[in-house]
Design a protein. Structure first.
Length: 592
């Protein structure tokens, strides 16, 4: 049953698999790195004793995908097993403290502190439930946690904070899972566990409590009518749309990486005499934002290079004093890996930002930072772009330290604004999706579309262009708005759609000039503006207003890219294409 349920959850993460059951006074664990069927071939996951068990597929955040890091994680005596989705931000402090008390750790995961801390509290005389609750009250970060123990067999305890967890009520059986699809063929009766709640499951039923004070919660089950397929998309028509919506959470998750990793990477960048940012496609656009940020916040000259061009363009300049900052969500893009390998051979230090722990890029790197986004199924990069930008901005902010009061202040403003972006994205998704859908349908017959911006918004314009052309197959153009009058403007004729990325930042006045130039030639102006920007609104045929007030320009690509993702999505769907699997493209381009 668990094996089949994991199959339905594999799209959420698949670098390692584990199962644990309890029978008598023993836990039985099978786990390893690899995809579900590979691990099953090796260990036969269906052969575990008992009638209470937990399974997990992992997408690594802390610790590479190797056997010891797979879940479940257990305590010193293998009596308490825990699986976890999310990130425990303060695990370093717990680990230090528990090691001082004699606990032995076997993994590099943040998760492992949970069974050990629960063990510690049980040792002090608490019940398993109390010990778990007390541990939860000290955790910072995001989690859905499920605990199974030989101390109280036939019981599962689970809890959630910011990561999803749903309970299922069967006939003489109870289930919990990170999404409904896991148990949908077994029961249609479900209870959603809310933030800050925990639940105790046994075959005869489910008890829900508030984690904070153990106050009981009564919640009626709901009847689920979704198919397994629509449940994996959480009701969204496509994975891409689901992933666009997930950005509210993934930005938060990208921000959870401990400051020590940023300081480590910042130290390497500060030591380097030359910095090249190497990436392809969407990751290249994130890299562009990163290079703006490194120069503005830290006074560093970091040149962004398209990875497939690095060896031709700058390899002669690469030496042991060079740092290559490679950005790749998959960590397997051949062009990026080649640029990294060529540079490594010349002695450069390799730093990377990637969404896939255990990827080739991660293994080639001296220091890496994970994006913590979970798997992205849609071929178009969406949530991975905004999280790359968030990580790069935090990195640049870490480098602003000791760079003078002005830079430090700017860096603080950037980091503060970063923490506001999830709410802004939420607002855009609630209030602007229909506006963007209508704009998309109104330009569905356009033979070409242009995206313009200035400053860091050039990166946003480039990203909007890439999304649109790869999903709708409409040839699209993106330019620095100021450059458009040096040639491109001759293309403009009556009704040509030009999308301006026009936040109210230091480029605003000049962008208005560029809008006027385009308007005077008959272009149809579609502008992304800060809410209440009447000046640009009055010059535009359509506007999408970005809520949240004034954002530091470096942060604006995170918010202003979201409507452009939606524009590409609705244009693609409107044309009858499949935005999840655009023609001729692969999610990870592993050829030169
Ligand atoms: O996995 P990577 O970030 O290295 O991938 C780079 C590009 O192949 C990727 O961003 C591609 O351009 C996407 N289809 C963009 O949506």
């Amino acid at each position: 049953m668990i094996h089949q349920a994991l199959k339905r959850l594999e799209y959420r993460g698949y670098d390692s698999v584990g199962e644990v059951t309890v029978e008598g006074s023993r836990l039985f664990v099978k786990k390893d790195s690899g995809r579900l069927e590979e691990v099953h071939q090796k260990y036969n996951l269906d052969d575990l004793p008992g009638s209470t068990g937990v399974g997990h597929t992992r997408w690594a955040t802390h610790g590479r995908p190797v056997q010891e890091n797979a879940h479940p994680q257990v305590d010193c005596h293998s009596r308490i097993a825990v699986v976890h989705n999310g990130i425990i931000e303060n695990y370093v402090d717990f680990k230090r403290d528990l090691e001082a008390k004699g606990h032995k750790f076997f993994s590099r995961t943040d998760t492992e502190i949970v069974p050990h801390q629960v063990e510690e509290y049980v040792k002090q005389g608490m019940s398993l439930e109390e010990a778990f609750r007390k541990t939860l009250s000290q955790l910072e970060g995001a989690y859905s946690l499920v605990l199974l123990s030989s101390l109280v067999p036939r019981t599962i305890i689970c809890a959630r904070q910011e990561s999803p967890l749903v309970l299922g009520i069967g006939q003489g059986e109870s289930y919990c899972a990170s999404d409904i699809s896991a148990f949908l063929p077994l029961t249609k009766r479900a209870v959603v566990l809310e933030e800050g709640e925990m639940a105790i499951l046994n075959p005869s039923g489910i008890k829900i409590l508030k984690t904070r004070d153990a106050e009981p919660v009564n919640r009626d089950p709901i009847s689920i009518t979704w198919s397994v397929e629509s449940a994996t998309k959480e009701g969204f028509r496509h994975f891409m749309l689901k992933e666009v919506h997930e950005q509210v959470q993934t930005i938060k998750d990208a921000m959870r990486t401990h400051q020590i990793y940023y300081d480590l990477m910042a130290g390497k960048l500060a030591e380097a005499k030359r910095i090249f940012v190497a990436a392809c496609g969407t990751s290249y656009h994130a890299g562009l934002v990163g290079s703006f940020a490194l120069s503005r916040l830290a006074g560093l000259d970091a040149r962004v290079v398209i990875a497939s061009e690095l060896s031709e363009e700058v390899l002669d300049l690469v030496d042991k004093n060079t740092a290559i900052l490679a950005v790749s969500q998959s960590g397997e893009t051949m062009d990026t890996l080649n640029a990294v390998r060529d540079s490594k051979a010349k002695g450069a230090s390799i730093l990377s930002i990637t969404n896939v722990m255990g990827s080739t890029l991660m293994r080639l790197s001296d220091v890496y930072i994970g994006q913590n986004c979970g798997p992205e199924i849609g071929v178009a990069g969406t949530k991975t772009f905004t999280s790359q930008v968030a990580v790069l901005l935090r990195l640049a902010a870490a480098l602003a330290k000791n760079k003078g009061r002005e830079k430090e202040q700017r860096a603080r403003e950037v980091v503060d604004a970063l923490y506001r972006t999830p709410e802004i994205i939420q607002d855009i998704l609630h209030t602007k999706e229909e506006v963007v859908r209508r704009i998309a349908l109104s330009i569905i017959g356009a033979p070409s579309i242009c995206f313009l911006g200035r400053g860091v918004s050039v990166a946003t314009a480039l990203e909007g262009r890439l999304k649109l052309l790869e999903l709708s197959y409409v040839p699209a153009i993106a330019y620095p708005a100021g450059e458009s009058k040096h040639g491109f403007i001759s293309v403009i004729e009556e009704g040509f759609p030009v999308v301006f990325v026009a936040p109210k930042d230091e480029t605003h006045k000049k962008v208005i000039g560029n809008i006027m130039e385009m308007k005077a030639r008959g272009a149809r102006i579609i502008s992304l503006i800060q809410e209440g920007d009447d000046e640009v609104r009055s010059l535009s045929d359509d506007v999408v207003e970005i809520p949240g007030g004034k954002l530091p320009s470096l942060v604006s690509p995170i918010a202003y890219t979201v409507p452009l993702q939606l524009l590409a999505y609705y244009l693609s769907v409107g044309k009858g294409h499949d935005p999840d699997y655009p023609r001729n493209l692969a999610k990870s381009v592993t050829v030169e």
